[in-house]
Design a protein around this ligand. Structure first.
Ligand SMILES: Cc1cc2nc3c(=O)[nH]c(=O)nc-3n(C[C@H](O)[C@H](O)[C@H](O)COP(=O)(O)OP(=O)(O)OC[C@H]3O[C@@H](n4cnc5c(N)ncnc54)[C@H](O)[C@@H]3O)c2cc1C
Length: 370
């Protein structure tokens, strides 16, 4: 069969979640992945899931994503919360203003003083933080298990996944998308073709002559050996940047930091700075981790848009959609973005509007909780 209702280019979380949701709506779906599902950013992410964002669209999407994660079986879902540390009065007032928006969206989140933070994470060093933004319904899940959940779902709903196959050409007739050509020389047609190529979304956009504002940026991570339960929430600190959590199911500590100067491009080697620098930063926050061994470090890519929010919607080419640009939080967005994009494609509207993520927006504001 060479004709489908929808063709999805890219088998990361966004492509897989969308393929499953479209299949549930009765669409005949083909997902084409140049490598294997999860080979891009999704298989390199650290599994954090939070609802603490600064714009109503992202907050509501993430509240729905959390509901969906909760219902998945066997994905190591754990609701340990997220604690964003405030290290200055300026950071505190920024959190307080964002918390107002989050509470207006119905999110149960609060600012806590240092004493309360130390009760939640007693192992935290009493260094110069003054409190933090805390949401106890944020959580974590295993990205590989979540992908498996979706891949099983795609199979059950009759979708087809073609791995090790790259889309090299997209045919457009009279400004209407028509079909894709793969590196194996096959042609597949569909009235709806969706670019979920994550960090490669710009490259795939260029196949139809679009210059999408999505850039790959290298980010590194590491994971330790397992240890006894030490703390519950993901801990995020901006000065200096450092974020990490303990996997509830394995006891390992996993974390990253954002490089001061963005490292654009597809480099995926580990740098010599990352491991010692991350260790310094995490030990400032939790000195008790000093004897824990690191078992692996790696690099992956954030798919950065100018305002830090994803791009979701149909482009100026009829039938050609973009669902990409997760900006370092695409894993957590996946379930709800998949669900609502499928609604938009099938019904022309979605229960939570996605206009905030439209490709035609001005990209003026900036997501403050990165
Ligand atoms: C170190 C690190 C830590 C992170 N931590 C978190 C976190 O805690 N929480 C969170 O929510 N997010 C996190 N992220 C971000 C998250 O991983 C991404 O935002 C998300 O995985 C993006 O998913 P995606 O489906 O858009 O892209 P991807 O997972 O990259 O999938 C895109 C796929 O498209 C395929 N592809 C590309 N071009 C073609 C083509 N021409 N034909 C066919 N296939 C193609 C690629 O092979 C790839 O598999 C982290 C990222 C990194 C690097």
């Amino acid at each position: 069969m060479k004709t489908f209702d929808c063709i999805i280019i890219g088998g990361g979380i966004l492509g897989c979640a969308l393929a499953y949701e479209l299949g549930k709506q009765g669409k005949k779906v083909l997902l084409i992945e140049k490598d294997y599902p999860g080979a891009g950013s999704t298989g390199r992410c650290i599994g954090g899931i939070r609802q603490q964002f600064s714009t109503p669209g992202s907050i509501k999407i993430m509240m729905k994503s959390v509901e969906i994660f909760k219902q998945m079986n066997d994905v190591d879902w754990h609701q340990g919360g997220y604690l964003f540390l405030a290290c200055s009065e300026k950071e505190k007032s920024q959190y307080l203003s964002i918390i107002k928006t989050q509470q207006e969206c119905g999110l149960s989140v609060k600012y806590i003083e240092k004493e309360e933070a130390l009760k939640i994470v007693p192992i935290l060093n009493e260094f110069d933080f003054i409190g933090g933004a805390y949401c106890n319904t944020d959580g974590q899940a295993n990205p590989f298990q979540v992908l498996k959940f979706y891949l099983d779902g795609i199979e059950k709903t009759g979708g087809v996944v073609l791995s090790n196959t790259k889309v090299v050409k997209i045919n457009v007739n009279n400004n209407i998308v028509d079909s894709v050509i793969t590196n194996t020389g096959d042609k597949f047609s569909a009235p709806t073709i969706i670019n979920t190529a994550g960090p490669w979304a710009k490259e795939v956009g260029q196949l139809v002559g679009l210059e999408l504002p999505i850039e790959a940026e290298r980010h590194e991570a590491l994971i330790t050996e397992p240890t006894k339960k030490l703390f519950e929430p993901m801990i995020v600190c901006y000065s200096p940047s450092c974020y990490f959590q303990q996997f509830n199911h394995t006891g390992q500590i996993i974390g990253c930091y954002t490089p001061e100067a963005p490292e654009k491009g597809f480099e995926r080697s580990s740098s010599s700075e990352f491991l010692p620098e991350f260790s310094n930063r995490i030990l400032k926050l939790i000195p008790a981790l000093k004897d824990l061994k690191v078992v692996r470090s790696w690099a992956g890519w954030y798919e950065i848009t100018p305002d830090g929010s994803p791009i979701v919607g149909e482009t100026e080419i009829k039938g050609f959609w973009v669902v990409a640009g997760g900006c370092g939080h695409g894993f957590m967005f996946g379930p709800a973005i998949g669900k609502y994009t499928a609604e938009l494609i099938c019904e022309g509207k979605s229960a939570i509007p996605l206009e905030e993520f439209s490709i035609n927006r001005k990209f003026k504001s900036k997501e403050a909780m990165k």
